[in-house]
Design a protein around this ligand. Structure first.
Ligand code: PEP
Length: 248
């Protein structure tokens, strides 16, 4: 049985004043690692967050990292730096990075490799735009996003990673994929990986992301290939986020 994981992507939200009670509420409630719980605040708050998490059951993740390990890359943050301040996870290839910041699948694959190289667990985000779904291209898009990573790092690299299937049309829109739509793509991802390595596919955690709320989490998480969630907006409200963790 795969342990479920719920990760909160705070995006560019928060402040020191707002983060403190949010983290305190999460730490006070999530005391067991039966369900994995990860929070991903903006980079500047990671150090504070690491201290507030006290090395307890809640893990720390970043939202992005540089593909390079060190050097003249003004404004960038390396995987080693994230590890140094207490992160154990990092998102890579979130759809907002791909669409708003022009990150190609090739760059995402390099970031994935950089995360692994720094000892972080990458959460590789994949997913199709609405127009791509409507054109029947969902599987092709997701497969290409996965292949960029497996071609660079090998399928074995997925043993140390998580995948988040996030249909772009469901992110921040309130329009969630139905549990069946999520299951269909999650099963596709697992089958696709199984062609290369059945054992890695069977153990791979595939999170669903896209307008998950306390009210719909249980039905989505009940799907056999859904191993938890990547939560955006709802991760900023302690009650809502904790109800989603409880649903997992
Ligand atoms: C996300 O940012 O990864 C996300 C899934 O956002 P939301 O839950 O707000 O749709």
């Amino acid at each position: 049985m795969r342990r479920k994981i719920v990760a909160g992507n705070w995006k560019m939200h928060g402040s020191r004043a707002a983060n403190t009670p949010l983290i305190e509420a999460i730490v006070a409630t999530v005391t067991s690692e039966r369900v994995g719980c990860v929070i991903c605040p903006p980079h500047v708050y990671l150090h504070d967050a690491a201290r507030a998490l006290h090395g307890g059951a809640v893990a720390l993740g970043a939202q992005d990292l540089c593909a390079e390990a060190v050097g003249a890359f003004t404004g960038e943050v390396s995987g080693a730096m994230l590890k140094d301040v207490g992160c154990s996870y990092t998102l890579v290839g979130h759809s907002e990075r791909r669409s708003l910041f022009g990150e190609s699948s090739a760059l995402v694959a390099r970031k994935f490799a950089a995360a692994l190289g720094a000892g972080l667990i990458p959460i590789l985000c994949v997913g199709e735009q609405l127009s791509e779904r409507e054109a029947g291209r969902t599987e092709g898009i997701v497969a290409a996003q996965l292949e960029a990573v497996t071609q660079l790092s090998g399928v074995q690299a997925l043993a140390g990673a998580l995948i988040a299937y996030e249909p772009v049309w469901a992110i921040g829109t309130g329009r969630t994929a139905t549990p069946e739509q999520a299951q269909e793509v999650h099963a596709f991802i697992r089958q696709r990986i199984a062609v290369e390595d059945a054992k890695i596919a069977a153990g791979l955690r595939i999170l669903y992301g896209g307008s998950v709320k306390a009210g719909n989490a249980q039905d989505i998480f009940a799907m056999p290939d859904v191993d938890g969630g990547l939560i955006g907006g709802a991760s900023l409200k302690a009650d809502e986020f904790l109800a989603i963790v409880a649903a997992a």
